[in-house]
Design a protein around this ligand. Structure first.
Ligand code: PDD
Length: 287
């Protein structure tokens, strides 16, 4: 069955959606995006995603093409029209383009940004069997640009990382820079050692995960000790537990890095507890 999607203020069947071939999102990856998860037909941490979108746009000198209220209304409308109970809403804003391909940005007063949104249904997101098994990851060099805090659609290298992981019989890849783990291809990375949760501090080196912020808040509320600092691959391999967080994975245990089992080689208790708390609290706060 065809989905209803959103393109620049209009709802339409996915087959009817059209974007210009001159759009800078298509030609130059000149665009930003957000992924908001849906639990129980409601949006998880919508305000956090909307705030990060505004920040990404501002960092790239792009105008905010849609108000917070319109954005929320469109997210809800798509969830309703597509009957999403568990899944996600994908939102992308590009700089658009009125004319020819050019490295210089077009005049913002004569250009309208392109806004598209669509849903993906993912039944069983909260009760994911993968959370019981845990992920195997490989390490690869972090060859991305150095403004990873901006959520741009330049996702070729992360996709290549995912393919390298699959080719190696693993599930995902962790990026390494200067001997330290930055993050996963599409998630933030954590280890647990001697009861302490360790995750890289916020900077231009990583995406400031909305799930990360929520998980660290819940961890502090549950009296868990959190240390925000970078860690090496060797430290990760010697950790008691490891996990990742993202809007679609929530809290997902990692049980193996480059073939080395983490702890007992099975999902650890801290990750399991944090996943439980995150899903419970997110369901309560979803709008
Ligand atoms: N990815 N780091 C990277 C590189 C990411 O792409 C993501 C999210 C995260 C986690 O951020 P958040 O908790 O706000 O989802 C960290 C999304 C889910 C994606 O690209 O599909």
């Amino acid at each position: 069955m065809s989905r209803t999607v959103y393109v620049n203020g209009e709802y339409m069947p996915e087959e009817d959606a059209r974007i210009s071939i001159f759009d800078r999102g298509f030609l130059m990856a000149d665009g930003v995006y957000e992924v908001t998860s849906v639990l129980g037909g409601k949006l998880v941490d919508f305000d956090g995603h909307a705030a990060r979108l505004s920040r990404s746009l501002a960092e790239l000198d792009m105008k905010q093409p849609i108000s917070h209220e319109e954005l929320l209304a469109a997210h809800r409308e798509l969830v309703t029209r597509n009957g999403i109970d568990e899944g996600l809403v994908y939102l992308q804003v590009t700089r658009g383009n009125p004319g020819d391909r050019d490295f210089a940005f077009p005049d913002p007063d004569e250009t309208t940004g392109t806004v598209v949104m669509f849903t993906q249904s993912k039944p069983g997101l909260a009760k994911s069997p993968a959370a019981k098994i845990g992920l195997k990851v490989i390490s690869i060099p972090d060859l991305r640009w150095h403004r990873r805090d901006i959520k741009t659609v330049q996702l070729l290298y992360p996709s290549m990382g995912k393919m390298a992981a699959l080719a190696a019989g693993a599930d995902d890849a962790w990026f390494i820079e200067d001997g330290k783990v930055t993050e996963g291809t599409s998630n933030n990375a954590y280890i647990v050692k001697d009861g302490k949760i360790i995750t890289r501090e916020l900077s231009h080196d990583i995406l400031h995960g909305i799930t990360r912020a929520a998980v660290l808040r819940f961890a502090a509320e549950a009296q868990m000790v959190v240390e925000e600092r970078s860690f090496t691959l060797a430290e990760a391999q010697a950790a008691d537990e490891a996990f990742v967080t993202s809007a679609t994975a929530f809290v997902m245990p990692v049980v193996e890095i480059d073939g080395a089992p983490i702890g007992a080689g099975a999902p650890g208790p801290m990750a399991a507890r944090l996943r439980e708390i995150y899903i419970e609290e997110s369901l309560k706060a979803a709008i």
